[in-house]
Design a protein around this ligand. Structure first.
Ligand code: NCD
Length: 325
């Protein structure tokens, strides 16, 4: 049995941003922490819409990408965020580095630390890995997705998108549908959105929807057609074939029938209903192609906001932080 509500201790050692050296998840942070990031992100959103998108803010700072899992959006978004703030960036993944020669991750960390760097962005298939690294370096560690635990920057960009659309987060009724069990995106969104009083419905094959999320105030729905007219946001999640070691549901066809946002369901939806997805999308499974043409499909807006949110995080942890204390 998977333990999905694992405790991770957070060490607010350096007090860089609101008492936290690292951004490891949204579980243990408060509303003000999230709001300050979202407000700062709105400022940077204006910057990235200018013809000249570069600011000198992080000149002299070094950001290290440590990605041990495939990533398109998150890696390029963090990289652009760092570059638009004039930070230097290097990349230490498995391919082409000594990790492929068997060097332990902590050894790698110590060696990169010795070169004097400021911030690590970590993605790894092991839940809790960024927490381990954070405890072994004085640099800031940002979690860019750890196993099935958290993906805080994705949830922050989702929350930014929702607050732009709805003005605040307390009037949101969101259906998160799919593989909730393995989804770090769902977990971070549940932790984040529930702090602001959003109403969260969860749906998916019963084997993939942990009952424990009721403890966080989420409601579990068995039949999505019962709530589609009630919610103002639908967040579809990817069926994560790489994380499904055992068959959790009979077939993709059956999944689509019960939990897919199909053409038929889209036709019945209010045109006001917002459609979100963290990407990458398996079109034709969790979302039918017709979803692309909907006015309130905000999938690419999420991606744009992602750069602004990550600029805000880099700025607050590296610069704003020092000024605060
Ligand atoms: C997600 C991830 O990697 O957790 N993608 C992302 O970061 N945009 C979701 C997924 O892989 O399905």
């Amino acid at each position: 049995m998977t333990i999905y509500l694992r405790e991770f201790k957070i060490f607010p050692s350096m007090g860089n941003f609101r008492g936290f050296k690292d951004l490891l998840g949204l579980r243990f942070v408060d509303k003000d922490f999230i709001s300050e990031i979202l407000n700062q992100a709105e400022v940077f959103l204006e910057v990235i819409n200018r013809p000249n998108r570069k600011l000198p803010t992080l000149r002299g700072k070094t950001v290290v990408h440590m990605f041990f899992e495939p990533s398109t959006r998150t890696l390029s978004s963090f990289d652009l965020a760092a570059k638009r703030l004039s930070a230097d960036t290097i990349s230490v993944g498995t391919r082409g580095t000594s990790i492929a020669k068997g060097e332990s991750l902590l050894d790698t960390l110590k060696n990169i630390d010795a070169m004097k760097v400021d911030l690590y962005i970590v993605r790894h298939s092991a839940s809790g890995l960024p927490h381990l690294l954070a405890r072994n370096t004085d640099a800031t560690v940002i979690n860019a997705g750890d196993g099935t635990n958290e993906h805080p920057t994705q949830a922050l960009l989702d929350m930014m998108t929702l607050s732009q659309l709805f003005g605040s987060l307390d009037n949101i009724n969101i259906l998160i549908v799919g593989d909730i069990l393995h989804s770090r995106v769902a977990r971070s969104n549940i932790f984040g959105l529930s702090k602001f009083g959003a109403k969260i419905f969860l749906a998916g094959p019963p084997t993939l929807v942990p009952e424990e999320y009721r403890l966080l105030g989420a409601e579990i729905v068995r039949n999505i057609d019962d709530v589609l007219s009630e919610v103002n946001v639908i967040m579809a999640l990817r069926i994560q074939k790489e994380r499904l070691e055992e068959p959790y549901f009979p077939s993709i066809r059956e999944y689509r029938k019960f939990f897919g946002i199909t053409k038929e369901r889209l036709e019945k939806l209010s045109p006001e209903t917002v459609l979100m997805h963290p990407g990458p999308v398996n079109w034709g499974i969790e979302l039918d192609y017709e979803a692309r043409d909907r006015v309130r499909n905000v999938i690419l807006r999420q991606v744009t906001n992602g750069v602004a949110v990550r600029m805000a995080i880099l700025y607050l942890f590296l610069v704003g932080a020092q000024q605060n204390g």
